[in-house]
Design a protein. Structure first.
Ligand code: HEC
Ligand code: HEC
Ligand code: HEC
Ligand code: HEC
Length: 109
């Protein structure tokens, strides 16, 4: 009985942790539901095209043009065509893809 309660609490904690990381959380806090990314059945695969359906790429590049030391949304290597999931995870901690080689002090939301 006691053991089960602990397991349930641990599971709840795990779920809470998973739900609080990644871009999905930003969006659900703004009132966009799961379907806004996962489609009408709520289970569809989420691709870069899903993101750019709402975040128009040129506008995105323009909105971060003054980010120092360089615009994360455009680079000499990948242009503006790097997959969003290289940095912004759906349900996990974001990453700074560029820092495999550079030292850019980005705060990836
Ligand atoms: C901002 C877009 C976005 C929203 C909103 C969103 N997700 Fe996701 N979800 C993703 C992305 C991207 C992935 C791919 C894996 C990853 O990056 O974590 C994913 C993966 C998943 C997966 C793993 C299975 C798979 O298809 O890979 C589940 C389950 C899931 N999401 C459930 C949900 C639920 C439930 C909600 C609503 C509370 C939700 N998602 C809202 C973007 C989103
Ligand atoms: C249904 C439309 C929609 C989809 C699909 C969508 N977004 Fe958003 N997203 C928004 C809106 C609206 C905002 C708030 C206004 C803004 O910052 O552009 C936002 C905000 C953001 C932010 C800023 C969050 C912050 O706290 O500063 C990031 C990063 C982001 N989205 C990434 C993504 C990624 C990556 C995907 C694909 C996995 C995605 N979005 C899919 C509508 C969408
Ligand atoms: C190389 C890593 C990287 C990739 C790839 C990337 N982003 Fe970002 N993104 C960032 C960083 C870093 C910021 C925060 C910039 C800042 O400091 O304002 C950001 C900010 C944003 C914002 C908030 C913009 C604003 O006006 O403040 C949105 C929306 C967003 N990204 C969407 C996307 C989408 C959609 C894609 C794919 C088309 C994408 N990002 C690909 C790193 C990335
Ligand atoms: C696999 C390694 C690698 C990755 C990943 C990488 N770069 Fe680079 N990048 C380099 C190298 C090496 C140079 C130097 C090329 C030169 O000086 O001619 C460079 C040069 C640059 C330059 C021009 C010179 C400078 O340092 O100002 C910019 C801007 C740049 N990268 C942006 C980015 C951005 C933004 C990302 C992430 C979206 C990124 N890079 C990811 C290896 C990488």
């Amino acid at each position: 009985m006691f053991k089960q309660a602990i397991i349930a609490a641990a599971a709840a904690l795990l779920f809470a942790t998973a739900a609080s990381a990644g871009v999905a959380d930003h969006h659900t806090k703004m009132g966009l539901d799961c379907k806004s990314c996962h489609g009408p059945d709520g289970k569809g695969e989420v691709t870069t095209q899903t993101c750019t359906g709402c975040h128009q790429v040129d506008a995105l590049v323009a909105s971060t043009k003054d980010v120092k030391p360089t615009n994360p949304h455009v680079s000499p290597h990948y242009g503006n065509e790097l997959d969003c999931a290289s940095c912004h995870m759906g349900h996990g901690d974001s990453e700074n893809f560029c820092n495999q080689c550079h030292q850019f002090d980005f705060k990836v939301p």
